[in-house]
Design a protein around this ligand. Sequence first.
Ligand SMILES: Nc1ncnc2c1ncn2[C@@H]1O[C@H](COP(=O)(O)OP(=O)(O)O)[C@@H](O)[C@H]1O
Ligand SMILES: [Mg+2]
Length: 225
Amino acid sequence: MKENILEVKNLVKTYKINSPSPVRALRGVDFFCKEGEFVGLMGRSGSGKSTFLHQLALLDIPTLGSIKITGVDVLKLTQGQKAVFRLKTLGYIFQDYALIPELNLYENIALPMMALGISKSRYHKDVVEIINRVGLGGRENNLPSELSGGEQQRVSIARAIINKPKILFADEPTANLDSESAFVVMELMRELVDKHGQTIIMVTHEEDDEKYLDRIVHLKDGKIK
Ligand SMILES: Nc1ncnc2c1ncn2[C@@H]1O[C@H](COP(=O)(O)OP(=O)(O)O)[C@@H](O)[C@H]1O
Ligand SMILES: [Mg+2]
């Protein structure tokens, strides 16, 4: 039996915006995930999927609850420790790719390594290898605006896995893609799980994606059904 790589207990997120009624986006979520599992997160728009992923990936601070990743109680870390933990242990694929428009493909992918202060001589080989793995060899100098949506999403995947993250989070990574690009992206993600033992938690609406998943979890009104 593989160990839980992620354990979430009673996760609550309430957005206290300038309104009389706060938004209770997560209402006490318990969740776990084993190493090497490919988990799909489904639910209607507004059910709290993105909010959940943001909390797990340390992009936001929950109102209540606990999150353990590789046994580390991550909400107890300082801001600086969290940033380093995120860069070393986690990867995140955004629906809208979130690439830096001024940086070329190579630089976008190398960004997490640069942020960790690692010298180019140490990451160059890995960046080249990953560019080839996502099928973008020869496009190193292209800016994001010179790439198709499917190609940009593959750059965003490459950037999310350059640090060999223990857990990869993906928020509707195929939602903006044509079916051929979506196929390439899903095959790539499945390969990460099968060949590299990566753990992936992915939000999806697409029925086509279901066959790639090991398990599906449904969110409804900020709770797991
Ligand atoms: N930054 C925010 N501030 C206030 N409310 C938010 C914020 N982000 C999300 N929400 C609200 O939280 C609820 C869950 O949103 P979200 O997690 O984006 O759902 P999903 O990804 O499932 O569509 C929605 O009611 C949404 O309007
Ligand atoms: Mg969402």
